[in-house]
Design a protein around this ligand. Structure first.
Ligand SMILES: [Zn+2]
Ligand SMILES: [Zn+2]
Length: 234
């Protein structure tokens, strides 16, 4: 399995639709139906506000006590093999061709979600953008917009400052770290906006972004993410 994955990383975008990234079988798209069926998925029963596994359709205890500043979080996959490896290749090895198939997975996960006015990717800090060369959430949002025929407004939010890395901080630390990190750059009053992020870990980034939009009068804010990390708490 691994060797196929690495072989795939070395290949060009042209091969993307011809060989399954996981098992190498040809002619059935980038992820063949059996491998697609084997992808880890979050349990169907999960909190509609934060996607924490629980009773289907019921708010979890944390969201009942203190609901997040968005109306719904749509995420279908846990942060786990093999999607974590694909995301890593996409982000850190500039495998930009992966944006399309990863966005297709996101699109499947939001089949039944209400359609927003537009998609707004979480912006990277200027330093991170320089280092990486692209914003993975923006690439996902652009592809998702094409698939779902929704506008993607990548300049909806701006980072007002570089924030220290979030890794190693708990939720409270992350929220503090991010306070005031986003500025709203276009009129959002009365609009329904969907935030796009690659991974939701504690939800602190999405919370700060959603709050910024709500403060500017957005009518509804949802978040769509490719994966949710379940090991670091909600
Ligand atoms: Zn396969
Ligand atoms: Zn919840």
């Amino acid at each position: 399995m691994l060797s196929n994955l690495y072989r795939y990383f070395l290949n060009s975008a042209a091969r993307l639709s011809q060989h399954c990234v996981l098992c190498g079988v040809g002619g059935q798209g980038w992820l063949c139906p059996p491998c697609r069926a084997d992808l880890p998925r979050l349990a169907a029963g999960r909190c509609p506000r934060c996607a924490t596994p629980g009773r289907q359709g019921a708010l979890c205890a944390a969201c009942r006590q203190s609901p997040p500043p968005w109306q719904a979080l749509h995420v279908a996959h846990p942060y786990a093999w093999p999607l974590d490896a694909l995301l890593h290749a996409f982000k850190y090895r500039q495998q930009l061709a992966l944006a399309r198939p990863l966005a297709e997975l996101m699109a499947e996960g939001v089949r039944h979600a209400p359609r927003p006015d537009w998609l707004a990717p979480i912006p990277l800090s200027a330093a991170r953008l320089r280092e990486r060369g692209f914003n993975q959430s923006e690439e996902l949002a652009r592809q998702l917009g094409k698939i779902l025929r929704l506008p993607c407004q990548a300049d909806t939010l701006l980072r007002t400052r570089d924030t220290p890395a979030q890794a190693g901080l708990n939720r409270a630390g992350r929220l503090h770290n991010l306070a005031g990190a986003f500025a709203v750059n276009r009129p959002v009053e009365g609009r329904f906006i969907v935030l796009i992020d690659d991974v939701s870990t504690t939800g602190a980034t999405l919370a700060e972004a959603a709050q910024s939009l709500a403060r500017q009068g957005a009518r509804r804010v949802e978040a769509w993410a490719l994966m949710k990390a379940l090991t670091h708490g909600a």
